[in-house]
Design a protein around this ligand. Sequence first.
Ligand SMILES: [Zn+2]
Length: 79
Amino acid sequence: MDKQQILDLYDWADGVCFRHPGRGEVLTTVVGVIHPREDREREVRACADCVIRMEDIRREDAARSGSAYEPGRLGEALR
Ligand SMILES: [Zn+2]
């Protein structure tokens, strides 16, 4: 699976990447939701570079632990 195929699994919209806030509004997708104790829930958004990196890490983890790797599920994993 190439990078574009992985990116196509996500829905993209303008937002601020949680690891690259200095870049301002870029194309991002939701990779998680945080629930601050006294605040409403907030989406965690990541840019394409970060999604690819996170998918790489998940693929390596899956290979190490012998479990199946399925791309396109970053948001679900953190929920
Ligand atoms: Zn990023």
